[in-house]
Design a protein. Structure first.
Length: 77
């Protein structure tokens, strides 16, 4: 793909739905992180991380049995 092709596609992205644009942005962030070794989390991701850290600090963490049960559930899916 040439630079011209890339620019043409990126210009058309502006006509896509917001959901599709966000999906493309997420893929682009993942590629950039892989290339640079640096991932910049989105605000929603940072909020989820903070939530998990607070829960852990408060002792609200899953037991080994609960974790294994969750893995079993998703392995079947």
């Amino acid at each position: 793909m040439t630079k011209r092709d890339v620019k043409s596609v990126l210009d058309r992205v502006l006509t896509w739905s917001e959901k599709d644009q966000e999906e493309l942005a997420e893929v682009a962030r993942e590629i950039e992180a892989r290339r640079t070794g640096v991932y910049h989390a989105m605000p929603e991701e940072l909020e989820a991380i903070d939530h998990g850290l607070r829960a852990s600090a408060e002792g609200r963490i899953a037991t080994e049995e609960e974790v294994e049960a969750a893995f079993r559930k998703f392995r079947r899916a």
